[in-house]
Design a protein around this ligand. Structure first.
Ligand SMILES: Nc1nc2c(ncn2[C@@H]2O[C@H](COP(=O)(O)OP(=O)(O)OP(=O)(O)O)[C@@H](O)[C@H]2O)c(=O)[nH]1
Ligand SMILES: [Mg+2]
Ligand SMILES: [Zn+2]
Length: 371
């Protein structure tokens, strides 16, 4: 075999490994558009505070990020699912993202705010986001609703998986309740030993190489589901009460896992970001009384300003709720909304700039026939 064909072989081999991880023309173009790429492509399979596990489909190794990346905009910091360029175990570049699940507004203040700013992206380059929620104490329609909003705001596709279906006699009410806040979002109830519902989940990975991420509380059953899809104990699962009481997640280490049928599943992306986003939704926790009253409003997306059948306004009228309290609730909501708009705008602008680079490159190929 001559030298050239062995180089070709090596390249084709590498490409087929990368494709099995979801590498596509999109990322190829993003790579080719770079002015001076440094390193080889790999996908982030695990993200820790200062280190990242990456894989090229054959090997998986630990990396750090280059000093240059550290000083860039936080949105361009690697996250699980990202395609990156790696040289000597250092990530030099995060390739243009097809999409990302990013945390929006947060009610964070003081020192939490810094932590929140640091990492906005929960996971990148996704086809589906599974919202995993247990049909036990974990069940909370409001939380599911907020997750769905987060996912839609990121232009992604949500699917609700209700686990622990085996602990309930009647599932219809739960499914109906979720469907009523999630028009058009598929909802599946999964039991421990229920094979047909497992196949429903597997079907989401049926064509091509699909990447899905699972989000949900600790103890919701994410790793249990992952193990069932893999067919063996890959991720450690925990005792609900123990895990929840310690307030931390059972799963550590690798997050992006290749399923036997070729799909890619991310367990526990951006735990800290999600946890913060959940608790950071300070409106609900500090205005629990209003949120409670709001469950009696005629419209589920009632803004409590002028709607007919608004239970919050009628509570103000009857004197049960003070006008001032409602005013500060509205103020808080507005602030959160502005904060989220700002965050999304900067992320949008960054991605747009990167898209422009790719488009310019494509144009230069057309003009000069450069390859
Ligand atoms: N009865 C029943 N128990 C379940 C089911 N799925 C998970 N569990 C139990 O719930 C507990 C938590 O499950 P995990 O899979 O570890 O939850 P997790 O979402 O991965 O939690 P973290 O890794 O902490 O985020 C374990 O004890 C599981 O055995 C189910 O379908 N039915
Ligand atoms: Mg887990
Ligand atoms: Zn209302």
């Amino acid at each position: 075999m001559n030298k050239e064909s062995s180089v070709e072989n090596y390249k084709n081999n590498l490409l087929s490994h990368l494709s099995s991880l979801g590498w596509s023309n999109f990322f190829q173009s993003a790579l080719v558009a770079l002015k001076s790429p440094v390193g080889v492509p790999a996908r982030v399979s695990g993200a820790r505070k200062n280190s990242f596990l990456v894989t090229d489909g054959r090997d998986e190794w630990l990396t750090t990020v280059s000093g240059r990346l550290l000083h860039q905009d936080v949105e361009l910091f690697p996250a699980v699912g990202d395609w990156v360029l790696v040289k000597d175990s250092v990530i030099t570049t995060v390739l243009l993202r097809q999409n990302s699940l990013s945390r929006g507004a947060s009610g964070g203040r003081g020192k939490h705010m810094d932590a929140a700013r640091q990492q906005q992206v929960i996971a990148a380059n996704l086809d589906i986001v599974f919202i995993v929620c247990g049909l036990d104490n974990d069940f909370n329609v409001r939380r599911i609703e907020r997750y769905i909003t987060l996912i839609y705001n990121c232009g992604l596709t949500p699917v609700v998986l209700l686990t622990k279906a085996d602990t309930q006699d009647s599932l219809e009410d739960f499914v109906y309740e979720v469907e009523s806040v999630a028009f058009g979002v598929p909802v599946h109830a999964l039991g421990f030993h229920d094979e047909s519902s497992l196949q429903e989940v597997q079907a989401y990975f049926a064509d091509g190489v699909k990447t899905a991420a699972m989000i949900g509380s600790s103890g919701a059953g994410k790793s249990t589901l992952l193990n069932r899809l893999v067919g063996k104990e890959l991720q450690r699962t925990g005792d609900v009460s123990a895990a929840v009481m310690k307030g931390r997640h059972t799963t550590t280490e690798r997050d992006l896992i290749t399923l036997p049928n070729g799909g890619l599943l991310i367990d526990n992306p951006g735990i800290r970001e999600i946890a913060f986003w959940e608790s950071g939704d300070g409106v609900s926790s500090s205005f629990a009384d209003i949120e409670e009253l709001a469950t009696g409003c005629r419209f589920f997306d009632c803004s409590h300003t002028s709607e007919p059948g608004c239970n919050v306004l009628s509570a103000v009228q009857s004197g049960e709720l003070s006008e001032e309290r409602l005013a500060s609730y509205h103020k808080m909501k507005r602030e959160l909304w502005y904060a989220s708009e700002r965050q999304h705008k900067t992320a949008d602008r960054l991605e747009k700039e990167r898209w422009k680079e790719v488009a310019m490159y494509a144009r230069s190929i057309k003009k000069h026939g450069k390859r």
